[in-house]
Ligand binder design. Structure first.
Ligand SMILES: [Zn+2]
Length: 115
């Protein structure tokens, strides 16, 4: 399970950013995780409390947005959801396709309390 390492890294990035911007409290952070990313959202959620324990982000909430994983068929150019179609084109059943989106994983937003 590599998710704890990823969560620790996220906490570090947010911490550095907060220090840079003079932010002392973070309400919540929003992560975007692609369906085709190797990162498992459920594990991220499970690791989060341990990663923020004892840090200034102790009360920070975690929000996760899932991005659809879309591919385009190399044979007929149909755009389809890779997971729903189980990795083959729904139109011509080709397994040759290019991934358009859904591989990424990033911090979308850091919400700070309003002054
Ligand atoms: Zn096709």
């Amino acid at each position: 399970m590599h998710e704890l390492g990823i969560v620790m890294e996220i906490v570090k990035v947010v911490k550095d950013l907060a220090a840079e911007q003079g932010i002392s409290k973070v309400d919540s952070i929003v992560l975007q995780i692609g369906e085709l990313s190797p990162v498992v959202p459920r594990f991220i959620e499970e690791c989060f409390p341990a990663a923020i324990d004892g840090t200034f982000m102790e009360n920070t909430k975690l929000e996760i947005e899932i991005m659809p994983g879309n591919g385009m068929c190399n044979d007929c150019s149909t755009v389809f959801n890779v997971l729903k179609s189980e990795g083959s084109c729904p139109k011509c059943h080709s397994k040759s396709f290019a991934i358009l989106s859904g591989r990424d994983f990033y911090i979308k937003e850091i919400k700070v309390p309003e002054e």
